[in-house]
Design a binder for this molecule. Sequence first.
Ligand code: XUL
Ligand code: CO
Length: 434
Amino acid sequence: MTDFFRGIPVIAYEGPATDNEFAFRHYDADAIVLGKRMADHLRFSVAYWHAFMWSGMDPFGGVTFDRPWFGDSMDHARMKADAAFEMFAILGMPFFCFHDHDIRPEGTSLAESVARLRQMTDYLQGKMEASGVGLLWGTANLTTNRRYMAGAATNPDPDVFAYAAAMVKACMDATQQLHGANYVLWGGREGYETLLNTDLKRERAQLGRFMQMVVEYKHKSGFAGTILMEPKPQEPAKHQYDYDVATVHSFLKDFGLEHEVKVNIEQGHAVLAGHTFEHEIATAASLGIFGSIDMNRNDYQSGWDTDQFPDSVPEMARAYYEILRAGGFTTGGTNFDAKLRRQSLDAEDLILAHVGAMDVCARSLKAAAALIEDGRLENARAARYAKWDNPENKAMMTHGSLVSISEHVLATGMEPQPLSGRQERLENLWNTFV
Ligand code: XUL
Ligand code: CO
């Protein structure tokens, strides 16, 4: 037991009317939404790095948080894990996610780093078995150490490529041991700063081969989870190869991986790419590669990946609407890749940030589900495309040609009549639910 969260009660559902700060107003894990438990729709997860590693540093100032587990020893790593599982119990959190770097101090050699990872994997396994908390995904940190400054898989030095491959193998092994539902690869340094020193074609091919090896190892080792790539357009690299969902999809197709790898979509990354979160989710669903989400919120003015906790039901309802339309999560879930502001120092801040975010997501899910049940939005969408059900029109898609179609247009003398898209009416309908 640590005493970091001492005095903070287990958070229970008390409904929207409660004035208890330490209660859920909307997240009621066992409540049934569209025939499924709310907890099973949302599949919430804590991001170990933000919750337990984030120190409050920014480019202008140092550490602001004072956590008893900050330190480089294995004792610190175990204390951090103890505190993490205390927090999961307070929140009723079903899952967590981690990088190797979050759960163990890096060693002075690969062998030492891997040995420490194995020790901490065993330690976490005991805690997971005792608590029933699951691993949503594991991943390798291929960004922090200076060896990765010019990329991991895309590094001009093949030794770095090899070192990164060895780290990923170890992290996939840890994830498999902990029955992780997914394994994530975010290409943090897989990009370039300047084309003046970069062979873009070669680097992309290196990343493609790296991802093929990840998939080959998944099949060899029998890992049952899903392999996910997490798109992000820039930061830390000026230009990243995994820019957005559409870019990742064409990358996967080039390397024959489009049926093997899905995407983990983050709100903040979508915003940095100039998209909305729901656009990225809908794009992934339409391409058959929707996997999981990193739930957070970016500041719309700053142009940084600010990783704030979500606070907007109207925005997040759009995301969950697209997730429900896509059939919901299978192995994926809602990972809070979000961190406190650097002045939010207290243990209570960390708990209440998650409570608020879980309530925002639950409320968003309920609104989205009510819209689906209502049906008017989907009926309006279907009506807009209804003429395509006519066999003659369907045939244009299967065996039409420019010649046959132009003959048909001339023969019938058709004159297309524009119809209203009814956007404002649909927005009004939407707003009665959120
Ligand atoms: C970075 C980011 C990562 C990934 C995992 O912006 O989102 O934390 O989610 O490496
Ligand atoms: Co993320």
